[in-house]
Design a binder for this molecule. Structure first.
Ligand code: BG6
Length: 476
């Protein structure tokens, strides 16, 4: 599908001086400009409680793009981009009259790149300042911190804007590899035949990070891995892996199927959850402090930096197949992958003849890094005797397409500009995500310590019993 330039509109970024704007949004908008995918006419208006003027904002944008843009910074593109940049300081009383006066076009896309406590007051200001008409809104996670607060946020949003002009962003859906899962599942007949309880023994989804809380200790203390990654990124990937084929490839059809899948996921029992917290250790040869020694973190904190859970999906396709999810900070390496482990053969003719132990077939989707997909199977080693070895058929983005996938935010910003909701989260999806983890939030199991640089607490192994998690050290 050829991407088209969006209709004329302004783009407003609340939180324009913040981390998200600098690292992701401004570089993504710049790259859309480079590809002629910004609106033909329209300003990019930054706003923040700051004394900046247009030139200060341009300098900030210039430096952020030079540092974080995946394509670097080209002077000609920069000149075109800089000509669109404007800055409006947020008034102390929070009113948006100055912003209203600065906007030249009837349509605008507003991005709330601000702490979640500011979502509701800002949305109410948009309503009171006569800005609701013509506004579409992108809102960042976290969408609430539990079911009740998510519901309150949704109610506040709907008092000002209809659902079709609200874009709840989960950048995992903007990742090429996650979108490719849809093509892989629904564009290839052979996998559909085996994608069910008859052939699949279990599914694992892991989001491992080597990063720690990265200066966000205070934010993370109130969030933890369950809210930061499980309720959103992991559940989004889970819904794409588990959903039925939509009736057509359009936003509502796809989102209906994702919600249907989440509705069938049983609220998780605290027995099926392991929470962990990292102690000091070495990650990628660098000595790092314990979570409790990070700035902004309580010395006796019980916030989880690791979570593993076993989920059950009550559908005809998946009944009885465990879905194992895990995520953690300060793990050995950055590695996000999905492992679909297929059922074993009924009889083991080759027992004792394997050079590397017999493993049932498995499909590994490498979301990041080294994006690709591999299928493992058993082969006969060359030679007079029968010796078996596990081998892989491997597809790698780098070698097949000779390119690295574009940034998720570029795709998602463009989709919101053209009004395409396919990769955004609907109100009922968010609330169902909270319903699923609500029992653990209400009764969290104790946190288990794990050394930074390990793969998390050993207690997580019990969730996979009688089987075992595939080691993230294995070649995927
Ligand atoms: C964010 C979380 O949503 O996702 C961060 O708040 C996390 O804690 C990040 O590090 C991971 O994103 P990615 O794209 O690097 O996997």
């Amino acid at each position: 599908m050829q991407l088209r330039p969006p209709a004329d509109q302004d783009i407003v970024v609340f939180g324009a001086s913040g981390d998200l704007a600098g690292r992701k949004l401004l570089p993504a908008l710049y790259n859309l400009c480079a590809e002629d995918l910004l609106p033909g006419q329209g300003d990019i208006v930054g706003t923040a409680p700051s004394t900046w003027n247009d030139d200060d904002f341009r300098t900030h944008a210039h430096d952020s793009i030079a540092q974080f843009s995946r394509t670097g910074l080209d002077d000609q593109v920069w000149q075109r981009f800089a000509a669109r940049l404007r800055f409006v300081a947020l008034r102390q009383d929070g009113g948006l009259a100055d912003l209203r006066a600065a906007l030249k076009r009837e349509q605008r896309l507003v991005y709330l790149a601000v702490p979640s406590s500011a979502f509701i007051p800002l949305v109410q200001q948009i309503g009171q300042s006569d800005l609701a008409e013509g506004t579409s809104l992108i809102i960042e996670k976290p969408f609430g911190h539990d079911l009740e607060s998510a519901h309150q946020l949704n109610t506040a949003l709907h008092q000002v804007l209809p659902e079709e002009r609200i874009f709840r962003i989960d950048h995992y859906l903007g990742k090429e590899t996650v979108q490719n899962l849809l093509v892989f599942r629904f564009g290839n007949a052979i996998f559909e035949r085996v994608w069910n309880r008859d052939c699949v023994e279990r599914v694992e989804i892991s989001v491992a990070e080597s990063l720690g809380v990265d200066g966000r200790g205070r934010f993370y203390e109130e969030t933890g891995a369950l809210r930061d990654i499980v309720q959103n990124h992991l559940f989004q990937v889970l819904s794409v892996v588990g959903m039925e084929a939509p009736v057509c490839f359009e936003a509502e059809a796809l989102r209906n199927e994702k919600v249907k899948l989440l509705r069938a996921v049983q609220p998780v029992h605290p027995h099926d959850v392991i929470r962990g917290q990292y102690t000091g250790g070495a990650v990628e040869d660098e000595q790092v402090p314990a979570y409790r020694d990070e700035p902004g973190v309580a010395r006796d904190s019980t916030t989880e930096t690791f979570a593993a859970l076993r989920l059950h999906i009550d559908t005809w396709r998946w009944s009885g197949v465990p879905f194992l999810l895990r995520t953690g900070k300060r793990l050995r390496r950055r590695d996000t992958r999905i492992v679909v482990a297929f059922r074993d053969v009924p009889l083991h003719f080759f027992e004792g003849l394997a050079v590397d132990g017999l493993e049932s077939n498995r499909l590994v989707v490498r979301i990041q890094p080294d994006e690709g997909i591999a299928l493992t199977f058993l082969a006969k080693q060359p030679g007079p005797e029968i010796r078996t070895q596990t081998v892989r058929m491997d597809f790698s983005y780098g070698s097949s397409f000779k390119t690295s996938p574009p940034e998720a935010y570029e795709r998602l910003l463009h989709d919101a500009l053209v009004g395409d909701h396919t990769l955004f989260i609907r109100e009922d999806e968010v609330e169902r995500g909270w319903e699923i983890i609500q029992p653990v939030l209400a009764e969290p199991p104790p946190v288990q310590p794990y050394a930074a640089g390990s793969w998390g607490p050993d207690q997580a192994d019990a969730l996979a019993a009688p089987s075992h998690w595939h080691s993230l050290d294995d070649e995927a």
